[in-house]
Structures are given as C-alpha cells and as structure tokens.
Write a protein that binds this ligand. Structure first.
Ligand code: SF4
Length: 895
C-alpha cells in the first residue's frame, strides 16, 4: 500500500490522475479504479489526457462500497433503513432502563442517536469495559449493544462495519483513493484488508508540521511519500506568520452590511461578469459557510432565474397523501403498527406511500394512533428535491465540497468569526476528556475538538488551492436582526497573506439595489426627490405649526398622555393628536381586563358582594366585551380565572387594610390640578388616610415600581403627581404612593409541594411597590405595618435594629418635594416642546438592556408602520443615569 501526502491537493490529484492514466495505458488488461471525493471532477482531469476511459473507472466511496457488496455476493446483507432505526430504538427506549434517557419523547432523542451510533460503529470505539464512569456514556453503550442485538446476522449499522468482517475480493487491481474523508477506524481496516490483494494508493492532504490541519493525518502518513508543489498559501496559511503578501492579482474582497446584501452582491457580480466578459454560469462557484445562507442564495437566484446546483427542496408534509394519513389516524383505534399500516393502505394514496406502509407490515408492536403519527412523521421523510438539469449552472457548495477541474471564479461567503471557519464545540457524546482517557487504553475514538477543527482547516486549505481565475472573500457587518458580526481570524490572515483588491464596482443592478449602493437615475425625479427628502430629514416629520397644535391637542391633559409624549413625541401625535387607534381585536385587551379588575376592587374592597355577580353585571353593561366573551371559549376561560384571582387579591388587600392603621378614605377619586400652567386630570384608584397623612394606591395588572432616576426623566410619574394633587385637595401631608400588583403570584419552584405553604412568605409576594414618605416621627411606616419586626410584608421597608433606623423605598418629605420639582420642571419642558409642534420620531432608549426594556415604547407600539422607524436614520433619545443623591439630597439609603 502506498501513501502519498503533500499539502497541494490539486497538484497531487492531477499528478496521480496522470500516473493512473499512464499506467493504465501501459497495462491495458489490468483494471484501475479511482475513488474520488467528486468523481465528475476527476473524470474531467482524466479527459485532459484522453477522450475515452477503457480500463479506468472513477467512482465515489459509497458507490465502491455498494460494488464490493455485489462483487462479494453479500446482497443478503443490508444496512438499517431509517424506519428500522426508528422502530428498534423506540422499542429499546420503551423496554430497557436507562439512567439518563427516558422514553417520554423518544422521537427527538432517536434523531440525535442515529448519527452518534453510526459514528460509534465507524470508529469502533468500544469502551464497554469499566473505563468510563460517566452514566450517559454507559447508557449509550447499552443502547448500541441493544441495537446490535435487534439486528439479525444480515442487518448492519454501517456497510463498512460488516464488510471489514469478511475476506474481500475486488476486481480492481489498482485502486487510488482520495482518503482525507475516510480516516475512521473501520474504513481504514477495510482499506488495509483490500491492500492484501490489491495495489492501493492513498492520497492525504498532509505535511508533517505543527499546523492543526495536519493533526488528524499524522498517524496515517508516517510512511508517506511526499508529492507537493508548495504555494504561498500552502506554506503560510494558519501559521500566523507575518509574511510578505503574495502579489498574485486574482484575490478580491468586499464587506457587506448583512448576509442578504452579501449574497446579492455576489450574484450581481456574476451577472455582470457574464454580460461583460461573455462567461457562462458554470465558470462560477459560490462557497457558503452554513445552512443559514441556503435560503438567501436560493431566493435571490430564483428571483433572477439563474440556474444553480442547489436542489430545491419541498417538504412531503404538503402532499395530499401525507395529510390524508394524518387525518385518517384521528379515527383509527390503537392497534399494532402492522394493523394500522394495513388500514391506512386502504386509503387512496400516492405510490411512495403504499411502499412505505407495506414496509411496516412486519412490525407487530402495539402503538396508539396518536403515537403512530409521530412514528410516521419520524420515518416518512421523502422530501421532494428538484435539481436544475442544465449543465450551465453556478456550482454552490460548502467548503468541504470545493473541487474544480477548470479554473473558476470562486466566491467565499461569510468570513465572519465563529461562522467561517465554523465554531466547533466540545459538546459531543464523547467529550475531549473522555477521548483522552480512551486513547490511554488504546481504544480508537472519533476526532477530538482540536482534530475536528484541524480537519476543517484541511478542507479550507484544499479549497484555497483549487485552480481559480479569481477568488473573492467577503464578510458582513451585522445580522439582519442587528447583531454585530466580526471578520474572522481566517479573513485577517488572508488579508495579511494575499494582496486583496477591492471587488469591482457593479454597473447592472435592480433599481432598489442600485439606489442602495449610491446610484441615481436622473430621469426619476420624484423618486430622487423623495429619497433626498428622506436622507435629509433622517426620517423625521416636519414640525407642526402653532395653529395645527391648537386645533389638534386638547388643553387638558392626563398624566399618562404626557408620559406618552415623553416616551415618543410621534406616538403621542398619532395617538392623541390624530386619534388613530388600532382596529379592535377579538382577544381581550389588557386595558379591558384592567378596567374590570378596578371596578370589582372599587366595589368590594369595603363590601362583601359576590365577585361572580359583579363581574357578570359589568360585562352585561359593555356590549363589546359581552360579544368578545360570548364568542370565545378562551375568553370565557380567562374571565373564570380572573374571578378566582380576584378572590385571592381581595383577601390580600383586606388583610393589609386590617393590619394597617391607614383606613380607606376614597375610591376612584377624580382629581385635577394646574401644574406649571398645564391642566391635568385623572382618577386615583384608592386613597387611604391615617391622622394627617394620605396614601394613594394604584392597582396594576403587572409588577410596577417607581424608579427615581427615571421618574425625574418623565417615567411612571402619574402616581407621584396624583399624590401632590391629593395632598393639596385634602390639605393633608403625603404618606405613601403605592402600587398593588393584582396578578396571581406563582409559588417558587423551591417550595416543596408536600409541605404547607408558609403564610407569611405567601403574603410577602403581594408587598406593595412604590415609596413611603417618612418624616422623623416614622408615623407613616408604623401605621402602615404596625406588626413588622425586620422586613415588612406590606411595604418595601426594613427595620435595622442595630442602628434603629428604617431602610428601603423611603423618601423624606424634603426629597419628595425636590423630586416633584424636578418632575414638574421636566414635564414643563415637554409641554413647551409639544406646543411648539415637535413630533419627532425619537423614542426613549438606553444602552443598558434592562433599562431599555423599561423605557423604550417601540416594542408594543402599534404605529411601527406609520413612523417607519429606521435603525440607520432614527436615533433613540437616551435616558441618563443621574446622580440622585446630589439632586434630592439626604441619606443615601433613603432613596
Ligand atoms: S414605533 Fe417607536 S418610534 Fe415609532 S411611533 Fe411607536 S414608539 Fe414612536
């Protein structure tokens, strides 16, 4: 057996093809076989020497294996079909006991097991002795052995697995094998067996140096003859050495904003070259990094009607027969797989489906019709693939398939970090540490993570050494969802190693793309004007005139309106100025449920009326609500749940009232007041009073609190302003501004189900949000929760005994006054902007994601399509992080 190594794959392949051809000519009665990664390419290389192949055959490894089976009369043997895989593994998971695998959801697990078991079989990684203590791996070997037991003497996991147990005959006297992808133990054993009778030449892309790409092949190439023609790339790629760049003129590059633009750029370049240089589609190759690029490529090529080598796949799920089987299974009783298959066979189906069902006639396991659906979905995977049958097409492939006989223009897409080269993680069944342990015991293993990366590097080198007229390397700056993408280390290395020229300018583009790349068609005057306006305005509307403002806006404001203006002036303009609202939908809206909850609480907080009756009466008075509920079972369910939740909410609220010395003073109280010349009005859900102090309470359907920093900037200010209005209305002192979240609380997962619920812990879940106003007498805190020792379960306040002081959400009267002054100052500025007609698209935002989620209004805004917020042109109005201490003064812990 002869082993040939050398890094220049294309050179080596060409030389071996030449040698094979010459020898075959000298020995016309001996048969030569070339096992190629891409037989078409090798065939083309042979045709550079001759027009006919008499005693030379070229085939792929899998075809060779099939041929060996036939030549050695092993046709009784077969490899597990996909249905057999699923059937046996389902049975094993159902009957055997495993530490880590359960049979609750067998089908997704089976999907993962199949490639792992195949790899196990090909690598002969037998760790059945007690070397590995890991339970998951013990389970896996148990699974493998159980599967082997299910297979009879003629059924096998992989073809190579059973071939290497035989004395093999092959009719080919001389076999050349491109072996980079056949390094698994079983394949190697098979090759060695063949080498006893046959003259075998193995070709590896390898050089005995330290680079990762050589790592998987060192052992296999110990006695190799080297056949190499070094190039700048083969010598320096992956060495990280600062070398003088190759002056070769055929390397190009471009950077695209997104993968979609990158794909378009490549395809338009190809079109332009075809037009300008009279080339053909077959002169081009596109190399994509991962499956996320496939639909971008297919979509763009389909729109432009360009032939390509990617097959168009449509799922069998849309077949009539497929759907017929799924529907029929709703009416079929549970039975054996065979019985159900026979019953389904009565339906009118397409031919493939009959064949599939007939293949199940010998399976007698009992199965529910429901599970049969899953079994069918997991085993019937006959997706329809359509390939372009024209010879003149663009070849599109992944890096391991880049092979070409003639020089082409090759485009390498997606040279982004973690994308190309791919990110290979240590997450397989056998982790690197397991592999290391197994190797200590001389057990063969699959490649570890570093070696897998080496094999990937090896493919990259081979691709870069293909004959090419030009190579273009591109990467993009961000994903379509806005995540930043970085250029990969490989791209940086290529930049250093080669002279990368900017890709040529595009001259032929669809109108959109022509304009996007900065082009302009002078005759399209209106389009040009609109685009110029858009660019100059940065997608901002013009300011409203004073007269328009007067006509559009009401002189009386609610605090929530000014809060909306604060969040986004344009949203305020559309909602409150133009009065445009989204169309009503059939589901219950949060504000409808909120109003209902407020109504029930306002009646029942100090009375004992049946909640069900109040809710039903409320619904009867609202025709719209009534229709929504009577037409929808889901809505009826929500209302029934809401009634139960309200029972709990009222129990908690009444308990708090009973403990507290503050007593209910008013409900749903209308308040209004002029603040800085603005007339505000609104309703306060509940006002409690104790001595000279008032506290106001707002019922909310979600967790809400006051963030002082954000309140100064106009967020959640409603209750603070209401407190000011209420204290002035009643001539009382401010006591507290509180939020009560009416949403049902879920007990922590740490709570043991068998133990009773701790009542105190339960009530703590319902603690008020908001602030208590505490003067030196601490009257409010003591009255709010007279019983608490360390931490109140009613308000957010803790008593620190060692320092005899209270901590938590507390404001001093002075701080409250300063806070209100700041808020008023802020809303006055907002009001002035509003009167000046400012309706800019400037939603609030923050560079801190948690704060952004609170302040940014866009996520739930129904006016996206109206404002057309453009990430490239519109900016967020960023909230600041203020020095609260210096603004409000006082003790640090007090706020
Ligand atoms: S989507 Fe955002 S920017 Fe547009 S109107 Fe709504 S809040 Fe304002």
């Amino acid at each position: 057996m002869r082993v040939i190594n050398g890094l220049n794959y294309s050179y080596k392949l060409k030389e071996m093809v030449k040698e094979c051809y010459e020898k075959a000519m000298q020995h016309p009665f001996e048969i030569y076989l070339f096992i190629a990664e891409d037989p078409d390419i090798v065939e083309q290389l042979f045709f550079q020497h001759t027009h006919y192949l008499v005693n030379i055959e070229i085939m792929s490894w899998s075809k060779f294996i099939q041929q060996l089976i036939v030549e050695n009369h092993l046709t009784k043997h077969h490899v597990l079909t996909h249905t057999e895989w699923v059937y046996y593994l389902r049975d094993i998971l159902n009957t055997d006991k495993f530490h880590c695998f359960s049979n609750d959801q067998p089908y997704p697990l089976i999907d993962k097991f199949i490639p792992l078991i195949k790899a196990y079989d090909l690598n002969q990684t037998d760790y059945s002795q007690d070397i590995i203590k890991n339970l998951k791996l013990k389970d896996f070997i148990h699974l493998y052995k159980a599967l082997k037991e299910h297979c009879d003497e003629f059924t096998h996991i992989t073809a190579e697995g059973f071939l290497n147990q035989q004395d093999l005959y092959s009719s080919y006297q001389h076999i050349y094998i491109e072996a980079d992808h056949h390094i698994e133990a079983v394949k190697q054993t098979l090759i060695h067996q063949l080498a006893i009778q046959n003259d075998i030449t193995l070709l590896y892309t390898h050089q005995p140096d330290q680079r990762l790409m050589n790592l998987p092949f060192h052992e296999l190439c110990k006695e190799a003859l080297t056949l190499n023609e070094p190039t700048h790339i083969s010598e320096y790629l992956f060495t990280q050495k600062n070398t003088v760049s190759s002056t070769n003129e055929h390397y190009f590059t471009f950077i695209a904003p997104t993968p979609h633009q990158e794909v378009k750029r490549v395809i338009y370049s190809i079109q332009q070259k075809i037009v300008d240089e009279g080339l053909h589609y077959q002169d081009f190759m596109i190399v994509y990094p991962n499956s996320s690029y496939i639909h971008l490529l297919v979509d763009t090529l389909t729109v432009l009607n360009i032939p390509h080598s990617l097959s168009m796949t449509s799922s069998c799920v849309y077949d009539k027969s497929y759907q017929k089987i799924i529907s029929a299974l709703d009416c079929i009783p549970d039975s054996s797989i065979s019985d159900i298959a026979h019953q389904l066979h009565q339906e009118e189906l397409e031919k493939d489906y009959y064949e599939y069902l007939e293949s199940l006639f010998d399976y007698f396991d009992i199965i529910t019709a429901q599970e049969f659906k899953e079994f069918f979905t997991a085993t019937y995977i006959h997706n329809h693939q359509e390939k372009s049958n024209t010879l003149d097409q663009i070849k599109i492939c992944t890096i391991d398939k880049v092979k070409t006989a003639q020089p082409k223009h090759i485009f390498f897409l997606g040279l982004n970090e973690t994308i190309f080269p791919a990110l290979i993680k240590d997450t397989g069944l056998l982790l690197d540490e397991d592999i290391q342990l197994l190797r200590k015991f001389q057990i063969t293993t699959p490649l570890n993570t570093t070696e897998q990366l080496g094999a990937h590097h090896n493919d990259i080198l081979k691709a870069l050494l293909q004959p090419a007229i030009s190579m273009t390397f591109s990467y993009c700056k961000q994903t379509l969802s806005g995540e930043t993408l970085l250029q990969s280390s490989l791209y940086k290395e290529l930049e250093n190693l080669l002279t990368l020229h900017p890709a040529f300018e595009l001259n032929y583009l669809p109108l959109d793309d022509y304009y996007l790349s900065g082009g302009l068609i002078t005759e399209k005057e209106l389009l040009n004007k609109n685009i110029q306006d858009y660019i100059h305005s940065h997608n901002q509307p013009v300011q409203l005139s004073r007269e328009t403002v007067e006509k559009l806006y009401s002189p009386t404001l609610s605090v929530s309106q000014i809060e909306t203006y604060n969040k986004c002036p344009f949203q305020y303009f559309v909602q409150y100025g133009l009065g445009i609202y989204p169309t009503k939908e059939s589901q219950l809206l949060p504000n409808e449920l909120g109003s209902l909850v407020h109504y029930v609480l306002s009646i029942n907080i100090d009375q004992q009326v049946d909640i069900g009756t109040i809710v039903d009466n409320y619904i009867l008075q609202d025709e719209n609500l009534q229709t929504k509920i009577s037409n929808s079972h889901i809505n009826q369910y929500f209302i029934e749940q809401l009634k139960k939740d309200l029972e709990m909410t009222l129990t908690v609220l009444k308990r708090q009232l009973k403990i507290s010395q503050f007593q209910l003073h008013d409900k749903e109280k209308k308040v209004q007041h002029d603040i800085q010349g603005m007339h505000f009005k609104g309703f306060v859900d509940r006002i409690d009073q104790y001595q000279n102090y008032v506290s106001i309470i707002d019922y909310k359907s979600s967790a809400k609190d006051i963030d002082i920093n954000l309140a100064i900037q106009g967020f959640h200010i409603q209750m603070l302003l209401y407190l000011k209005m209420v204290t002035e209305l009643y001539q009382k002192d401010p006591g507290a501004v509180l939020y009560f979240n009416t949403k049902k609380r879920i007990l922590s997962v740490n709570q043991n189900m068998s133990e009773p619920v701790d009542e105190n812990e339960f009530y703590k879940q319902y603690r008020f949000g908001g602030y208590v106003v505490d003067d030196e007498s601490h009257t409010v805190i003591s009255a709010m929760d007279p019983n608490f020792d360390k931490k109140s379960d009613i308000i957010n306040v803790t008593y620190v005994k060692s320092r005899n002081e209270y901590k938590g959400q507390i404001l001093t009267p002075k701080q409250l006054k300063r806070l209100l002054e700041e808020i008023e100052k802020h809303i006055y500025t907002l009001y002035q902007k509003m009167l000046e007609g400012c309706i800019t698209i400037t939603p609030k935002g923050s560079d801190q994601s948690a704060t952004h989620a609170i302040v940014n209004p866009c996520r739930y805004c129904p006016y996206h399509s109206v404002c057309g917020f453009d990430v490239f042109y519109n900016d967020y109005d960023m909230v600041k992080f203020l020095d609260i201490q210096s603004i409000l003064g006082g003790e640090e812990d007090a706020v």
